[in-house]
Write a protein that binds this ligand. Structure first.
Ligand code: CMC
Length: 430
């Protein structure tokens, strides 16, 4: 981080020099850490649209160019040439593994895929019709009640074990949440399968008959995991960091991240997007929905469109669109009406003045639901799949924060606009 430049704030006749920090890539950052101490004022930035909450070496997004890098590697290269567990290693440790390191990492993750047997009883407390995200928030948080030997955040060995456990067990928990909602028996992981195949096996196999994981579908699943693995300081990652900044254990922090991801403005958009595409139903109804999206008095938004950071194509959406074509082809699904509506909606929106002027482009969630549905997942499983893919990003960011000597509890300030000080009135005087 290069220093040297300064910005000057002129306030009530006094000048304050603020350091300007230059990152490896991206815009410069004005360092306001001492502003309150020196000048007695806060900055105001609801939604953090202009505020960097931390420094990080993990992920970089150039929203104008539509670029995403994990540890410097462009997402397109990783999606085409790498695979999810290698990407997990990269995110966690900062470099691509050599063959021995990869084998060791894969073995460690694989050996942790089973959950404590008593957790099976825990599931039974949930109604069968619970949304799998509701179950996941509860069960992932409950991991802190089962794995006491990995909740000391000050011990790097325990942090490492917690990281491996989370990457290994969250898919098992997501699959169990799904099986529970169906009333089918839980399926134990099979460690001879790769990560994505094992997840498909835990979701779709039943004890009554053999299940063969199609390698092409497993590759598509793996790519979905890779595309969602991290995305710098988004809402759920910031939630994980904020929860972790108080010293909360990693399982509790990841449960907090899952809760935040669930919202339709964030990870819940994949479910909401597919439901919207189904509701539109045919190409003829697109103008009606576009008009609603543009109407200021209608809360409807085009799900799977727009992003806080990308003001260009979301690079993940491009890969996802190609994948959607491949997967539907592979499954012999031709003329899928949802895909037709999606493609036409994208075409019309990208030519529409409203979307063009606001730089609203399809995001990662626009095409992912079509692939997941074709694979056999119900819409309620879309966000859990996002959550399991993002677990490695959350845990990498959490580890980075805990290991940072500058780490302190996150405590935003506010612009108070409530009542001035006033005296309490007894009930009989009101
Ligand atoms: N449909 C219609 N109008 C939109 C949309 C949309 N999807 N997204 C933004 N706008 C408009 C918005 O009304 C506003 O208009 P104006 O300036 O006239 O008030 C303008 O564009 C800027 O929107 P914003 O809400 O200030 O932007 P934001 O950065 O706060 O919101 C967003 C980003 C992703 C929450 C928003 O684009 C959105 O709600 N999109 C739909 C939900 C979605 O697809 N979310 C997934 C995001 S990618 C995966 C992830 O990160 O989890």
């Amino acid at each position: 981080m290069a220093e040297g430049k300064t910005a000057r704030l002129h306030l009530e006749g006094k000048d304050y020099d603020l350091a300007v920090l230059s990152p490896t890539a991206g815009p410069d950052v004005v360092d306001i850490r001492k502003l309150y101490g020196d000048a007695g004022v806060f900055t105001y930035d609801p939604g953090f649209t202009s505020t960097a909450s931390c420094d990080s070496t993990i992920t970089y997004i150039d929203g104008d160019k539509g670029e995403l890098w994990y540890r410097g590697y462009p997402i397109e290269q990783l999606a085409a040439q790498s695979h999810y567990l290698e990407v997990c290693y990269l995110l966690l440790y900062g470099e691509l593994p050599n063959p021995d390191q990869l084998l060791d990492f894969e073995t460690r993750v694989t050996r942790h895929t089973m959950v404590h047997e008593q957790m099976h009883y825990f599931f039974r407390g949930f109604r069968r019709d619970s949304h799998p995200m509701a179950t996941m928030v509860g069960v992932v948080g409950a991991m802190s009640a089962f794995y006491h030997d990995s909740i000391d955040i000050n011990d790097p060995v325990q942090r490492e074990i917690a990281s491996i456990r989370l990457i290994a067990k969250v898919p098992t928990i997501a699959a169990m949440a799904y099986k529970y909602s169906l009333g089918q028996p839980f399926v134990y992981p099979r460690n001879e399968l790769d990560y994505a195949s094992n997840f498909l096996h835990m979701c779709f196999s039943v004890p009554a008959e053999p299940y063969h994981v199609d390698p092409a579908l497993s590759r598509a699943m793996d790519r979905i995991f890779t595309l969602h693995a991290d995305h710098e300081q988004n809402a759920s990652t910031s939630t994980v960091r904020l929860a972790g900044s108080s010293g909360a254990n990693p399982f509790a922090c990841i449960a907090a991240g899952i809760a935040c991801l669930w919202g339709p403005a964030h990870g819940g958009a994949n479910q909401a997007c597919l439901e919207m595409l189904r509701e539109i139903g045919s190409v003829e109804r697109i103008p009606e929905f576009l008009a609603r999206a543009k109407d200021k008095n209608d809360p409807f938004r085009l799900m799977g469109f727009g992003h806080r950071v990308y003001k260009n194509f979301d690079p993940r959406a491009k890969v996802m669109k190609e994948s959607a074509d491949e997967v539907l082809d592979l499954l012999g699904v031709h003329n899928n009406p949802t895909l037709q509506v999606a493609k036409e909606l994208e075409r019309i929106a990208l030519e529409d003045e409203y979307f063009v002027s606001k730089k609203l482009y399809p995001n990662v969630d626009f095409y992912s639901g079509i692939i997941l549905e074709a694979m056999g997942f119900p819409t309620s499983m879309f966000t859990p799949i996002f959550a399991l893919s993002r677990t490695v990003g959350w845990i990498s960011q959490w580890k980075e924060m805990i290991a940072d000597p500058q780490n302190k509890i996150g405590r935003p300030r506010q612009l108070y606009v409530g009542a001035p000080r006033r005296d309490y009135k007894p009930l009989d005087q009101r």
